[in-house]
Design a protein around this ligand. Structure first.
Ligand code: HEM
Length: 295
């Protein structure tokens, strides 16, 4: 007996708002069970819940980041289903983040001394708050009443920037866990490489579209062979950079922060000086070269 995956994925139980409830209701129940097992009058327990809740959100934002690329690279029923339900999957991320928001609220309201002594750091606060502002704007403009205030271009700009910002936050957290601290947990590896893969897929899809556009009608317009070799070498180097952060993070950070203006920026500019993203930047450059259109 063969199963028609397309037909299965059309089932209304796993589409749109039903999919949203299917994911976010059990997730919230698990969150409540975890909460009931600990003593929320203790700051450390609230801190645990902040991490616990966001760990549900992270795989979802990485998946949302990869969806459009999956559709380009591996067209088929599953990527199509993901694309169709991207809004609802995004809403599940918002629910997990709302839980984190609740625990952050508890921490900053009832454990103010602990919050300001142990947690508050201006740049982190700016990054986190910007993330929540983006998230709120994205949720509101996912419904007709919010969407009607934006034109198509503004909507796209908001959702793309928000997605990148919300991907960048956890990706950098896990990059630092692997590249700064010497005893990362298995989950740090899992989340770092998932975040990396999500964005690398976007780069690959972008490269594929560029190559198709270049070769459309005339294969001779593809990138010269030297560009392709050099581009491929850059992509391989980017992978190497991605896997070896612990060995280069310190000298590279020292170098990038050497000028006074740069050391100043690190105090407040989110993600500055962008070390976690160097590998993906190099891979993007390689892809750009390898898919350059011949004049
Ligand atoms: C003002 C807003 C925010 C505050 C105050 C905040 C606070 C915190 C705190 C205190 C922790 C550490 C908990 C612990 O280990 O003791 C944490 C972890 C984390 N936060 Fe946030 N956060 C904010 C926004 C965000 C946003 C927007 C994201 C984006 C997805 C995010 C992603 C994470 C991640 C990935 C972790 C690490 C979880 C782990 O341990 O695996 N946070 N946050």
């Amino acid at each position: 007996m063969t199963i028609d995956l397309n037909a299965v994925l059309q089932h209304k139980a796993i589409n749109q708002w039903r999919l949203f409830w299917l994911v976010s209701a059990p997730m919230s129940i698990v969150m409540i069970i975890e909460m009931m097992g600990i003593d929320l009058t203790d700051a450390a327990a609230v801190s645990h819940m902040i991490s616990y809740s966001v760990r549900w959100a992270v795989p979802i934002i990485f998946l949302v980041t990869a969806i459009s690329a999956l559709q380009v690279l591996f067209p088929g029923p599953l990527p199509k289903w993901l694309l169709r339900n991207r809004k609802y999957i995004g809403m599940c991320f918002a629910v997990a983040m709302a839980w984190q928001g609740l625990f952050i609220f508890l921490m900053s309201t009832f454990f103010r001394d602990h919050y300001f002594a142990e947690i508050f750091y201006l740049r982190d606060e700016l990054e986190g708050s910007t993330g929540y502002i983006f998230l709120t704007a994205m949720v509101v403009t996912s419904f007709r009443f919010g969407r009607k205030h934006l034109n198509a271009q503004q909507w796209k700009l908001l959702h793309k920037s928000g997605l990148y910002f919300l991907w960048a936050y956890p990706f950098s957290v896990y990059w630092w866990n692997l590249s700064y601290y010497e005893n990362p947990q298995p989950i740090d590896h899992l989340f770092y490489w998932s975040g990396f893969l999500a964005f690398a897929l976007r780069i690959a899809a972008w490269g594929m579209k560029r190559r198709q556009a270049a070769c459309r009608g005339s294969p001779a317009r593809g990138a010269p062979v030297m560009f392709r070799i050099f581009g491929g070498a850059l992509i391989a180097f980017g992978l190497f950079v991605a896997a070896t952060g612990l060995h280069w993070q310190k000298p590279v950070t020292d170098f990038l922060l050497a000028p006074a203006w740069s050391a100043n920026l690190v105090l407040w500019l989110p993600y500055w000086p962008f070390e976690p993203y160097l590998s993906l930047f190099i891979m993007g450059l390689g892809t750009w070269l390898a898919t350059k259109i011949r004049a």
